[in-house]
Design a protein around this ligand. Structure first.
Ligand code: TXA
Ligand code: MG
Length: 352
């Protein structure tokens, strides 16, 4: 299979190209498309065979369900058995946007789409290409991130092609994504609602709106949790990992810089090529290694936007080990730290 690349404007996509992509979806095919968070790999969510092909293309374990993407709030009623009052408030306030809501599912959703669970994850992405594709396809679109399972999520069409070229029908290329980390996943089937995955909608903002809302323990875990403690299937699997080994160094900035330099020295003595994932404030304080800056510590939205791209760049440069600076776990920083810790397989070093 040759993967068709369809370049489109992110604000006003060429409708002919979107229709071409939608034709693949209607026929049970697979199309990667941009959202505001990361690129997704889409299939008709109501077509069990198409969704099965989606899992295969990504090499994704069948027990980890994708998110179902919609372009109209009314579609929630078809997919969800019950829409709690809180959901109305959240959809009004945050959709379209990087917030995924978990509902009790209805019978129209095939088992494979929800990995046999009695719940379904739904979101309306804030991206004109994604919304146009869903509209033209005439169905809800199941879409996990468009990477091979376990790899960092793709924030550009190039990343998608690096992982999936020849395995999917087409990719709509509208340039790099804006948010850079995936949506926040919020479970509304429990009381109080629980964040299963931190993402593009900050926890602090959800708390302002909801009052009562919790973080699943796995979100802030400093080591892998036991299976029965983990509510979201995706949290069980290895995730976001570049080929290089990753270590995350956490603490106050000066202590972090000192510890990162110690580690760089140790790894180099081992003959390994070392990359440092730094910030604008600290990048000049490292040498003898490949240094990349996530952006300023004062702008965690930019840090989030750059994270996955830089992890992939280290791999392209053949780095053996990445030493990453931790950033404050607030706002989008919570999602960044969650991804970094998972990418490291919980190889967390505390700098004091
Ligand atoms: O920003 C995003 O959310 C991107 C773009 C493409 O929309 N999508 C994305 O999908 O990140 P994916 O499949 O990589 O992550 C979906 C997450 C996984 O952690 C999965 O376990 C969780 O949502 N999830 C899906 N259905 C669920 C359910 N019924 N209950 C609990 N967690 C669920
Ligand atoms: Mg993913």
């Amino acid at each position: 299979m040759k993967t068709l690349v369809l370049k489109v404007d992110s604000e006003e996509p060429d409708i002919e190209k979107v229709r071409l992509a939608a034709d693949f979806i209607k026929k049970g095919g697979l199309v990667a498309f941009p959202t505001e968070t990361v690129y997704g790999l889409g299939a008709n969510a109501l077509d069990a065979e198409a969704v099965l092909a989606l899992f295969e293309a990504k090499k994704r374990p069948l027990d980890n369900p994708p998110i179902v993407h919609i372009c109209d709030v009314k579609d929630v009623c078809r997919l969800a058995e019950k829409v709690p009052p809180q959901a109305e408030v959240l959809m009004e306030r945050f959709w379209p946007g990087p917030l995924t809501l978990i509902f009790k599912r209805s019978d129209v959703v095939p088992d494979v789409t929800v990995a046999g669970l009695d719940t379904v994850a739904v979101r309306m992405p804030k991206h004109n290409v994604a919304l146009a594709l869903i509209r033209e396809s005439g169905c809800p679109i199941a879409a996990p991130s468009a990477n091979l399972a376990g790899k960092p999520s793709p924030t550009s069409a190039e990343h998608v092609l690096d992982d999936l070229s020849g395995r999917i029908d087409a990719v709509l290329d509208a340039g790099p994504t804006v948010v850079g980390v995936e949506s926040t996943v919020l479970d509304l089937t429990v009381d109080p609602p629980q964040v299963l995955r931190p993402g593009g909608t900050p926890f602090e903002v959800l708390r302002q709106v909801l009052g009562r809302v919790e973080l699943n323990p796995a979100v802030t875990a400093e080591k892998a949790l036991r299976m029965e403690q983990v509510r979201s299937p995706g949290l069980r699997h290895k995730h976001y990992a570049p080929d290089a080994e990753v270590a995350v160094v956490e603490g106050e900035v000066d202590a972090v810089v000192a510890k990162v330099n110690d580690l760089v020295k140790l790894y180099r003595e081992d003959g390994r090529k070392v990359g440092v994932l730094a910030t604008d404030e600290t990048a000049a304080r490292y040498s003898g290694c490949v240094v990349k800056s996530l952006g300023s510590r004062g702008d965690l939205a930019v840090v989030a936007r750059n994270l996955f791209r830089l992890l992939r760049e280290f791999d392209l440069e053949g780095v053996d080990v990445i030493v990453a600076e931790g950033v404050p776990a607030e706002g989008l920083g919570l999602a960044v730290m969650n991804r970094l810790r998972k990418a490291s397989g919980y190889h967390i070093v505390k700098a004091r």
